[in-house]
Ligand binder design. Structure first.
Ligand code: GMT
Length: 378
């Protein structure tokens, strides 16, 4: 198949899923064309069957705001024509699904199919804003196929937007041959040189991630257990988080590692992963940690209970219940035999989201949509 993939190229779950999916499809012999405004974060170096098409946005003085949706639509048309695309797969509905709809109208080729994968905040947050809601509903309904990364997100989409459409649930995935616990002496030597327990959080430091809660939970854990906190990623809340660590006087035990391209050696030092999000449609970062044998303590929001097994792979608590999450953390970190069982269970659960299987689900879904099989009726 000739597949166009559009995603956000920045640090974030939807871009990671789109890029890893594209690379895996290319390895299976498909021709994959990434269409976006910058090289996706996890796409570097030459790869057979993969090309990158940059969307250029012109800055005419009359335009107060960049017209990315339109520039993307035009680039989609160009790539679809020259590369004879069979389908355009949009990750994150806003504005990608809208651009793809426009592109399809301009192409006037009913055979080219548009598939939209919903990732989370496109549905739960941004899309609900009155300025976007009608165009979101329209663009989702006009897609030839729609997938969501959890049952939670599927239900949310159907109820929030009143959409009469079948949505296929295809969960996030992880390459468990790459994401596995490895010896990570270098990272340990630098981040936890005196045998401290390692607590990890990775995110884009947006409000919904509640990184401040991570710090408060760690603050409680640290009172009982010699430990270090590794914070991976960057974003709007980072400065506030650095300030909070100083106010709590724990700055020497918290390392802000910033955006990291290679996460496995870091996760491999982990004893505990914290994800106290306010909203999380799936929780790819938790899955990646689990694959590296790191038990997870998370909230019960969104799709997290579809990934995590409470009392087996980690613990689940109510959103905002910092004390409970801290107690769970102390319990796990002070009980080595229990911790070992949880670490093994986390890895076992992650194997259920093995990339090879989930990529196959996408491939089969593509075939279904391309064959014109009905995916329209719920
Ligand atoms: O979590 C983020 O803020 C990034 C966001 C994105 O769109 O890049 O992640 C969303 O998509 C991921 C991949 O499908 C999911 O694993 C995340 O749970 C989801 N984030 C939220 O729903 C907040």
């Amino acid at each position: 198949m000739n597949i166009g993939i559009t995603c956000y190229p920045t640090y974030g779950g939807s871009g990671v899923v789109a890029t890893e999916l594209g690379k895996a499809l290319a390895e299976r012999g498909h021709s994959v064309h990434f269409i976006t405004y910058a090289m996706p974060m996890r796409l570097s170096g030459f790869m057979d069957n993969v090309s990158f098409h940059e969307v250029e946005i012109s800055n005419y003085p009359l335009f107060d705001f960049p017209l990315y949706t339109l520039a993307l639509a035009s680039k989609m048309v160009e790539v679809a024509r020259y590369e004879r695309l069979d389908l355009l797969h949009c990750h994150y509905a806003i504005p990608h699904a809208t651009s793809a709809y426009l592109a399809k109208q301009m192409l006037n080729q009913p055979d080219i199919k548009v598939i939209t994968t919903l990732h989370g905040t496109d549905i739960t947050l941004v899309g609900l804003e009155p300025s976007f809601l009608p165009v979101m509903k329209f663009s989702i309904e006009q897609s030839d196929g729609v997938t969501a990364v959890s049952r939670f997100l599927k239900e949310k989409t159907l109820t929030n937007y009143g959409i009469d459409k079948d949505i296929e649930v295809i969960p996030n995935f992880v390459d468990t041959t790459r994401y596995r616990r490895i010896a990570a002496d270098e990272v340990l030597k630098s981040c936890a040189p005196h045998g401290e327990k390692v607590v990890i959080h990775t995110s884009n430091f947006r409000g919904v991630k509640r990184v401040q809660d991570v710090i408060y939970i760690f603050h409680e854990i640290r009172k009982k257990i010699k430990s270090r906190l590794l914070l991976v990623g960057d974003g709007p809340e980072r400065s506030q988080c650095e300030l909070l660590c100083r106010e709590l006087g724990i700055q020497d035990d918290v390392k802000f590692l910033g955006k990291q391209a290679e996460i496995v050696p870091i996760l491999s030092t982990g004893d505990l992963f914290l994800l106290p999000s306010q909203s999380e449609s799936f929780g790819l970062s938790a899955l990646e940690a689990m694959a590296c044998e790191v038990p997870v303590i998370s909230t019960s929001v969104g799709g997290l209970p579809e990934l995590q097994v409470h009392g087996e792979t980690g613990y689940i608590a109510e959103f905002g219940d910092i004390d409970r999450m801290a107690r769970y953390g102390i319990d796990l970190l002070s009980n080595p035999s229990k911790h070992k069982l949880f670490a093994q269970a986390a890895r076992k659960r992650a194997l259920e989201f093995e990339a090879t299987d989930i990529i196959g689900m996408y491939e089969r879904y593509y075939e279904k949509v391309l064959s014109g099989a009905s995916v329209a009726a719920a």
